[in-house]
Design a protein around this ligand. Structure first.
Ligand SMILES: [Zn+2]
Length: 293
């Protein structure tokens, strides 16, 4: 469990799972061997597994506790899902709620749930299976979805791409049906300390979550980048990016800005300790991991 304190705001990481998962050329189809070789020294063993050669990826949420609001950012892949086409999400029973409890957060205490975007691994714990019915995991929360993001996926969920993997039906529709969803602008303000920032590219309505307190900043950057090796090669898109040019432009601009303002950057899939600062390195960047602040 990682925890960071910024002025009046505490941020806790809640893990679903972390493991060597994907070969570099699977997650990043345009990668060349020399890109991996140039960064192997700073990535092994925690972020690039020297035995298997696989990228280590984490699936976690961040809980932001301000003096007014408890905000849960990204909800991983969830339990009890029928995902026969995606074995890593299929019929799982991760100890996620126990880990949330370990961070001192009861589901009833969460005021806002924010999905940086609506891919399958960012909406799972929106719901859980109770008596054969999918119900919102966080009974007192408003679930915030970018209106732009929802309008894009609502059209795509109806296409045949999703015919045999309709994850929205178990992870998003039940929240809508319960009347707990709010479609918000990409720059929505949650409270004095927490606001959304548009970061389109990976998906059209992808948002980051900016926290400011005590003269310091943190930002949950979702899937704007998936792995620290993209700091050294910001042009690399994942195989999941919807808009290739937009994703590249947003990523480079984001890295330049965070290197200047010294924000604590908290991506959705960086392995333990998951947060750090972006440092300029030649014509690209490095990620200086920071397990507490
Ligand atoms: Zn993701």
């Amino acid at each position: 469990m990682n925890s960071w304190q910024l002025g009046d705001v505490r941020i806790d990481r809640v893990l679903e799972f972390e493991q060597p998962l994907l070969a570099p050329e699977v997650l990043f189809p345009a990668i060349r061997p020399d890109i991996v070789e140039a960064q192997r020294g700073w990535l092994e063993p925690g972020f690039l597994d020297p035995v298997s050669g696989l990228l280590v990826l984490a699936f976690h949420s961040f809980v932001i506790t301000t003096p007014q609001t408890v905000v849960l950012v990204d909800t991983c892949s969830g339990n009890d899902r029928e995902r026969p086409r995606k074995p890593r999400y299929h019929r799982r029973s991760w100890p996620y709620l126990a880990n949330l409890d370990g961070a001192g957060v009861a589901p009833e205490a969460v005021d806002r749930v924010l999905c940086t975007h609506l891919h399958v691994d960012h909406v799972g714990w929106n719901t859980r299976l109770v008596g054969g019915v999918w119900v919102p995991t966080f009974p007192n929360a408003r679930y915030l979805f970018s209106r732009r993001e929802w309008e894009f996926w609502e059209r795509h969920y109806r296409t045949e791409d999703f015919a045999d993997d309709p994850y929205h039906e178990d992870s998003i529709t039940p929240v809508m049906r319960a009347g707990q969803a709010d479609l918000v602008a990409d720059d929505h303000v949650i409270d004095r300390w927490v606001r959304l920032e548009p970061s389109p590219g990976h998906t059209p309505g992808h948002v980051c979550v900016r926290v400011r307190s005590g003269g310091r900043e943190a930002v949950m950057s979702g899937d704007l980048m998936h792995h620290p090796l993209q700091c050294g090669a910001p042009e690399l898109n994942s195989c999941f990016c919807v808009d290739a040019d937009g994703a590249r432009a947003t990523r480079r601009a984001f890295l330049e800005t965070q290197a200047e303002n010294d924000a604590l950057v908290m991506p959705a899939h960086f392995a333990t300790p998951s947060a750090g600062r972006v440092r300029a390195h030649g014509d690209a960047f490095r990620f200086a991991f920071c397990g507490e602040a």
